[in-house]
Design a protein around this ligand. Structure first.
Ligand code: NAD
Ligand code: MG
Length: 396
């Protein structure tokens, strides 16, 4: 029986993974080793009971008594905190879903790779933060990383049987997010609720705001570079409002392979779960005659400074990715709390990265986990300073 663990089980990707596991037979078909969540211990305990997990871990230590109570008498072990989540990744499991949001997903993912596991990677932030380290760890320990981000799953599928050396371009599609049709001058006043109204995808709150600002696409450009080893000049972004083409691979003979399907993350999660086979999945089938038209437009870099910033990050590489992701997470926190505006997020990230590059030598080929976590920490400090300064000028 195949054993699995789900990190970030209570989130949007985690719930979709749980759904597929249940449909495929649940506890009768899989041995569930560990499930982790943040604070929603009621849901975490429910999932752990259904899958008869060995261990349930919540990130917030204050929630441990409630988790223990919810699982009392079941024999399911409980634990809490970042250390316990990292230790859960040391437990043997054949297939591990990495679906924690943010840089917090890095350490558990890395620990799973060190044990040679197959890692279904939704947590793009870990590839942006520590791509070379993750890929080298996977290679060293015979582990496999399977992309779950829909674009990267699409590219991965487009490359089956192909020689990566024949790839001329990778075209990442972007929905444009909730604010894509707003006039540029109105964006500065966009509220959190407005930026959360995503036209196509239902996702966690943080990635939904990142879609509107295109920070999500900026992370995905870097993710493409790190995962596939593609030259940044070959990676393009195009706005495709229907979000039905999940991405495209262009080859040197001019052919473009496009991956088309419903916007349902259970496709790419299911592909990673069943790989290298394909199994039936409960996703909607497209009626192309009804869809009739697919449209595209070039992104305006004035609206989406994140797309410009990710190019600088890839040119520097080294610790720049860790700094970029961490500064972005802090800028997003300050947008959520109303201290800075929607268009201020990119300014905070740019200022933080400029300061970080005088604090540290970002351009390095050899990176340890400690170097990466150090850069992540310092970038958060610098981004907080930048966001607070900006917030003060807004309110005076
Ligand atoms: P989400 O916010 O819905 O869920 C995140 C999960 O992580 C939850 O279980 C939450 O409790 C847990 N968590 C949050 N902070 C934590 C911390 N500090 N330590 C431990 N656990 C913590 O997020 P999501 O939308 O499911 O996204 C998860 C990951 O997948 C992200 O990296 C995101 O970029 C990526 N992703 C998501 C989608 C999508 O459709 N939702 C698509 C592509 C990629
Ligand atoms: Mg994506």
């Amino acid at each position: 029986m195949r054993s699995i663990s789900i990190f970030g089980a209570t989130g949007s990707i985690g719930e979709n993974t749980f759904d597929l596991i249940c449909r495929a037979g649940g506890a009768d078909a899989f041995r569930t080793v560990a499930l982790t969540g943040g604070r929603n211990v009621v849901r975490l305990a429910e999932m752990a009971r259904v899958l008869r997990a060995e261990l349930a871990v919540c990130a917030d230590e204050a929630c441990l008594p409630a988790l223990r109570e919810a699982l009392a008498g079941t024999g399911i072990e409980t634990a809490a905190g970042a250390q316990a989540i990292a230790e859960a990744a040391d437990r043997p499991a054949d297939w591990v879903m990495s679906a924690i949001v943010g840089a917090a997903g890095l350490v558990p993912g890395l620990r799973a790779l060190r044990h040679g596991r197959t890692l279904a990677l939704a947590n793009k932030e870990s590839l942006v933060t520590a791509g070379p380290l993750l890929m080298a760890t996977a290679a060293q320990h015979g582990a496999r990383i399977l992309p779950v981000d829909s674009e990267h799953s699409a590219i991965f599928q487009g490359l089956v049987g192909e020689d990566i050396a024949t790839v001329e371009r990778i075209i990442l599609t972007a929905s444009g997010g909730a604010l894509r049709d707003w006039p540029l001058e109105a964006l500065a006043r966009a509220t959190v609720a407005e930026a959360l109204a995503h036209p196509n995808w239902s996702m966690g709150q943080r990635i939904t705001i990142d879609s509107a600002s295109m920070f999500n696409k900026a992370l995905e450009v870097i993710e493409t570079r790190e995962y596939f080893g593609i030259d940044p000049d070959k990676i393009e972004v195009i706005i495709h409002p229907e979000s039905l083409i999940h991405s495209m691979v262009g080859f040197q003979d001019g052919a473009i392979m496009a991956h088309i399907g419903a916007h349902d993350m259970r496709h790419s999660i299911g592909y990673a779960l069943n790989w290298p086979q394909r199994a039936p999945l409960p996703v909607a089938r497209l009626d192309l005659a009804q869809i009739a038209t697919l449209t595209f437009r070039a992104p305006d870099l004035g609206r989406y400074p994140a797309l410009r910033l990710c190019r600088d990050v890839m040119a520097t590489r080294g610790l720049a990715g860790a700094g970029f992701n961490a500064a972005k997470e802090i800028a997003l926190d300050h947008f959520f709390s109303g201290e800075i505006g929607f268009m201020d997020m990119a300014g905070v990230v740019e200022t933080a990265l400029a300061r970080l590059s005088s604090d540290l030598c970002l351009e390095t080929d050899v990176m340890t986990l400690e170097d990466i976590l150090g850069a992540d920490h310092l970038a958060r400090v610098r981004a907080t300073e930048a966001a607070v300064a900006l917030g003060q000028t807004r309110h005076t």
